[in-house]
Design a protein around this ligand. Structure first.
Ligand SMILES: *Cc1c(COP(=O)(O)O)cnc(C)c1O
Length: 467
């Protein structure tokens, strides 16, 4: 399988190349040249498979010749063997039609582990072949950082620099990053900055030849195709449990960077009968506005109890716009350059109509989130985190026929965001035993101003040149 850039002028790459590149050299994002499609019989055959085997089958068409089928299975077995639940991503029933898909049984308690545990192994595999060094630079609104750091700590040929907006991630999130003392891990707290500011600096570094000439800069944000690919798997896993391919299933997805819900779109393109994808946002609702009125224009970021969704620019939305706009890289590059200049754009008719066929959206404010957390606790005995609460709020508000089960993606463990959960329910979720000593561990972190040159200089003086 070949991967092409959404902006049409970067070279096409194979799976190994796309995994190591992250962002394409023309500023676009890599997508497969076409969507592989499973037959109904193949999807029916997924029922009852162990998660690691299902993962290998769903990913095989994308991986192509970059890994043998045996090696791919070894890697998925290793990645998903580290999860604390045998089913890896178990489904929990809330009422006659609402379900939770628990994606937080990995080492750092958020869904990002599902993709990043695999990505860490893919990096090690591909770099080991070439002997090259990779410098990972990422920005996190909380959960990507800890999941990426856990996935690459102490791995050969990789150094990671993780930027987070100082003071804008939860204590648990911060400590999950800063207590990893491996020598190849650098935590950078960027003062007076939002997640979007930090992400903009990371994007700039990918296009800064003074950096890219010396260092192979790689991405762990969901701009990396391999991450999205790994997330497609749990859409298949859950839908098949609920009766696919013979029954349609809807998903409600707490959304920030549009990575997780785009994986649902990919699953639908691959033949999964998805009735609807509900894009759930908090009050940072650019995606809700884009999908309901075609207006994709940024506002200012408002901090909420669901910080991993406190973003305005959703990088992966570009992948959807590319696919819905007839895969015209030149036209999309013009549209995105316009957006980058003005911070606003209108979706084309084709993009709006294409999106409306599969997506709806809903926005949750602070009261909506608390109410959803309370409803799950009082009616179902389940503690859910504020991100999941945005999803459940949207799922319960949807007007789908009663025969369609609605799966809300439970993207974080409630213990990761204990204060809002306690405020809503009077119940303080306990940290799972495997990270119970988090608040006793030593922290290490460097504070830097929100200034690109300061960050680039820090990275340049601590990274290992490519080869
Ligand atoms: C990252 C994250 C999200 C948003 O996911 P995207 O793929 O960026 O849309 C939602 N919830 C939690 C807990 C997250 O960590």
């Amino acid at each position: 399988m070949e991967f092409i850039s959404t902006r049409g002028s970067a070279p096409a790459l194979d799976f190994e190349g796309a995994t190591l590149a992250g962002l394409a050299s023309d500023g676009g994002l890599y997508v497969p040249r076409e969507w592989p499609r499973f037959t109904e019989a193949e999807i029916a055959g997924f029922a009852g498979l162990p998660y690691a085997e299902l993962a290998a089958r769903v990913m095989e068409p994308f991986v192509g010749d970059s890994l043998t089928p045996e090696r791919l299975r070894e890697l998925t077995a290793e990645a998903y063997g580290r999860f604390a639940h045998k089913a890896v991503t178990p489904l929990v029933q809330l009422d006659e039609r609402q379900w939770l898909l628990e994606l937080f049984h990995g080492p750092t308690l958020a869904f990002k582990d599902v993709a990043l545990q695999l990505l860490g192994l893919l990096f090690e595999e591909f770099l080991g072949r070439s002997g090259h060094n990779l410098t990972i630079v990422g920005a996190t609104s909380g959960d990507t950082g800890s999941a990426a750091i856990d996935a690459v700590a102490n791995r050969d040929n990789v150094t990671i620099f993780m930027l987070h907006p100082h003071g804008r991630v939860s204590d648990v999130q911060r400590r999950q990053m800063t207590t990893v003392l491996a020598p190849n891990v650098h935590n950078l707290a960027i003062t007076d900055s939002s997640f979007d500011d930090a992400q903009a600096m990371v994007k700039r570094m990918f296009g800064d030849t003074a950096m890219t000439d010396r260092f192979a800069i790689g991405a762990v944000n969901s701009i990396n195709w391999a991450r999205l690919m790994a997330q497609v798997v749990y859409y298949f896993a859950s839908a098949v449990q609920l009766g696919a391919p013979h029954r349609e299933v809807a998903f409600s997805v707490p959304t920030g960077n549009f990575g997780d819900v785009f994986a649902g779109y990919v699953a639908a393109q691959m033949g999964l009968p998805v009735a609807q994808l509900i894009v759930a946002t908090n009050v940072n609702d650019i995606l809700h506005r884009a999908l309901s009125s075609g207006d994709y224009s940024t506002g200012t970021v408002t901090p909420t109890a669901a910080p991993s969704m406190d973003i305005q620019v959703s990088s992966n939305f570009e992948r959807l716009l590319f696919d819905l706009g007839g895969r015209d890289g030149k036209a999309l590059a013009a549209q995105m350059h316009g957006f980058e200049a003005t911070r606003a754009m209108q979706l084309t008719n084709a993009q709006r109509e294409g999106a409306a066929a599969l997506f709806t959206s809903a926005r949750a404010d602070a009261d909506d989130m608390s109410r959803a957390i309370r409803w799950a606790w009082e009616n179902c005995g389940e503690l859910i985190d504020p991100h999941t609460a945005c999803g459940l709020h949207a799922a319960r508000a949807s007007d789908l026929p009663a025969s369609v089960p609605v799966v809300t993606l439970a993207t974080a463990h409630p213990a990761k965001f204990r204060d809002p959960v306690e405020r809503a329910t009077g119940n303080r979720p306990a940290l799972p035993a495997r990270i119970g000593d988090l608040f006793q561990r030593e922290e290490r972190c460097v504070e830097l101003p929100g200034d690109y040159d300061a960050v680039a200089e820090y990275v340049a003086s601590h990274a290992t040149p490519k080869a």
